[in-house]
Each structure stands twice: as C-alpha cells, then as structure tokens.
Ligand binder design. Sequence first.
Ligand code: NAD
Length: 488
Amino acid sequence: MSVATVEDRTDLYIAGARRPARSGERFEDRDPATGLRLTEVAAAGHEDVQAAIDAARAAQPGWARVPPRERGALLTEVARRIRGVADDLARVESTDTGKPLSQARADVEVAAQYFAFYGGAADKVYGDTIPLDGDDFAVTFREPLGVVAQIIPWNYPLQIGARSLAVALLAGNATVLKPAEEAPLTPLALAELLAGAGLPPGVVNVVPGLGEVAGAYLAASDDIDHITFTGGAETGRLVMAAAARNLKPVTMELGGKSPSVVLADADLSRAVPVITKALIQNTGQTCSAGTRVVVHASRHDELVDRLAEAFAAVRVGRGLDDPDMGPLISAAQRERVLSYLDVGREEGSRMVTGGDGRRVEGLDGYFVAPALLTDVTPEMRVAREEIFGPVLSVLAVDDDDEALRTANDSPFGLIAAVWTSDVDRALWLARNLQCGQVYVNSYGAGGGVPLPFGGYKRSGFGREKGLEAIMEYTQVKTIAFDVRAPRE
Ligand code: NAD
C-alpha cells in the first residue's frame, strides 16, 4: 500500500507511529468538490501535542549528531521516494485541497525539489572566520535551534510541508508540524516517506488538530525553541503573542495583495495569460496570488477586454478532472469570497465578469467563477484586503510614478510583477517596490525553491526557501581564539 492514500480514518504521527488522539476525538476533513466527508482525522489535544514535543526533544540531539553528509543523503532519498509515489500523492493533494490534478502534480515535483535542494546543501552549511588583533581569530558555527514548531495552512500542504520539514532537518532540528484542519493528509504522508528513508522516530511529528487547540498549545509551549507560522495575519498575531510570553523566536509567513504593474509599453499578449494564471492558480488561495493589477490608463481598456476573455474561458470543475480551476477550500471560504464581491459593488467598483457561485454539473462543492473588478481605487477594501479567492482588482494610473505609489499603497508586501519592454523602468520599479520578490515580465518561477521568499510589511518577516532559509533554522555560535606565539 502506498503511504499516500485517503483512508476512512486518519491518525496522528508521533514518535514514528500512527496513533489516534488520546481523547479519541476526531474532526471531519471534507472534499471541497463535493462537500462530502473525505476522512475523519484524529484531533490532537494538549497531551498529544506534548507527546510530540517530548518525542522531538528526545530525538533531536541524536539527529544533530548524524554527519551532515548523511542527513543530506537521507533528504535526497526522500526526494526520490516522493517522485516514486508522485501519482498517489498528487491524487490525495488534489482531493484534499480541491486543486486541479496537474497543479497537484506540480506541487509534488516542487516538494521533491525541496528535499533534493536541501539534501544537497546539508554538508555545505559553513561558518565564517573572523580575524582579530594580532594572530587572534574567531570562527562561527551554524548550530540547530533544537525543537521547532511548524504551523502550516491548507492551501499548499505538500509544498509548504516539504519546504518546512526539509530545511529544518538539514540543519539538525527535530520538528512538530501542525497541518491545517482542511487539508492535513499529505504532510502525514511526508512523515511516513521520511521514516521509510530511515529518519529516526521522533525527529518529525505531525499533529493534525484544531487550530485553537493543537496550534495554540504548540505556540504557547515553553518546550520548543522556534515557531514558523504560515497562515493568516489574525492567527499570526495570536501565535506571536503566545510565543512572546516564553520569548520564543518566530518566523511569520502571512498574506498578500500582490500587484502586477502593467506599464504603457507592456507586451499584453505575454502578460494576460500570466496575470490570469497568477490569479486562478489554486482558486486564488495562494499567499502570493496576483490579486491587483496596476495598469497605465492608455492600456487599461485593452487589458480589461483581454482579461475578461481569458477569465470567461476558465474551466471550473473538480480537481481530479483537471480543470483550469477547482473549488474553494470550504463553504466558509466561498461565503467570504462572495461577500467581498458585494463589498466591491457597494464601494463602486464594476464587475466585468464572473463573481457567481458557479454550479458544476453533478457536484455540490464550493465553486466560484473568477471575477474581474475595474474602477477600483486604492482606498477600497477590495484593493487593500486579502480576499483569498479568484478576484482581481484593476487600478488605472496615469504615469510610472503613480504606478509605483499605487503598487506600494498596501499593508502587504509579499511579491510583485512588472510588465514593461524598457529595462530601465523595469529595474527602477523592481528596486523601489516594497516586497520580498519582484518578477519582471513573469510571475513566479516554478515553485521558486532556490529563491528566498517572505514578506515586507504585514506579509510577515523572516525568509523561507533557498539557502536563506537555513539562516532561519540555525543559530550562530562564535568561538574566539587567543593565539600566543611560541616564544611569548
Ligand atoms: P489560518 O491562519 O486560519 O491557519 C493557519 C494555521 O494556523 C492552521 O494550521 C490553523 O489550524 C492554525 N491555527 C488556527 N488558529 C490557531 C491558533 N489560535 N493558534 C495556533 N495556530 C492556529 O490560515 P489559513 O486559512 O489556513 O491559510 C490562509 C492564510 O495563509 C492566508 O492569509 C494566506 O495568505 C496565508 N499563507 C501564507 C503563505 C506564505 O508563505 N506567506 C503561504 C500560504 C498561505
């Protein structure tokens, strides 16, 4: 049997074994395409999370002593194993999150790439040599943090699970990972793939459970050494407040309202398919989704016409049937998206296309059509707030300065795109946009595995992905030497 299957009952993964919650409690994980129960998942309570922390604490020193080359070889082997069960993993991810099968397949490949990337980096985590007075010098080592807590969302459980686990393990940490209630299945599969590759029990523990129970307990624990939180800003605030009580460091990967800036000289035939994909990917439920377009007035009407045509052609359906766009994750999320469309109407924006809760033949899932809003101005809620659905707000501007001002006029700063044929304008914008990543005439780079990723402003702080993430999962020790010449 593959590790990646949907079973009727899904258990926790603690100290190398699957087990139910001690309380026996379970919660329902629903299929977003049908609204029907997919599986019943063990709901980790305080005792279970504590058991996971204890297992991680016991296992971590041994794992940190494994030579980096061997830790790397194990992570590389996990990449191979992920690719070996790619079809099964993709089907589970597609079913659990609702995303189209080909996107789930891409997520599987990106997950494998994280393990391969960090596997290759494991024996290349060097320190510095610092010259001091005379012959004296100091050296630095990057040491593991210890036991790290990882709280992740439902939109990319496999990719975010992989990026979190791989880098933590490379650095010699042990982890307790809390997946989201809506999509906990593939992080559990990753834990089993790691065990199959030889990871000692206890180094990785996965504890599905309710956020306010399992997540809150983990965030408030004094027995962990660091928290990486990926999710919404409001939850991030709670996690930080809990961590502050124990002075635990946090990395926050939060939301976004990422702009695509389309200048007067942009190549629209290149931009339109990319802007469309940047919105509809994962049904707009991507932290880095491109949900604002800032366009020069001279190109506004042409861009809107082309986008409207592209949106109308988007095939919406069940993930496993591999449409262009699947359902939203839950009924609550659909309500939220539709209510933002009412807000947009009340604020005076114009809905050019989409916005309906779309019916898909034979399915009672959480579908919507992609929506295109024009006449949006920077102070409107639909321009400022993260909707987390396929809603694109178009803002017209008169020149490049206004384009930059408008793009930066946001509480968020995760990523941005610049569309222009002029290299000087592209560079000027890229340098002056306030966000963690800027793409020129593109949007995203596959999974962006080697690229440092994280927010400015309310999109968070700290960086994941790339070699930069190794800094987040290690701490520096400096050892200084007092060197005396033999004759002294
Ligand atoms: P969420 O904040 O509701 O949940 C995230 C995680 O926090 C879940 O595992 C949840 O169970 C847990 N949680 C809930 N309450 C908690 C509490 N009181 N204490 C501790 N943990 C708790 O977010 P979501 O709805 O799952 O995901 C959507 C959000 O995530 C969006 O804002 C999106 O932008 C953001 N996101 C950011 C990134 C990034 O890398 N920047 C990536 C993906 C998603």
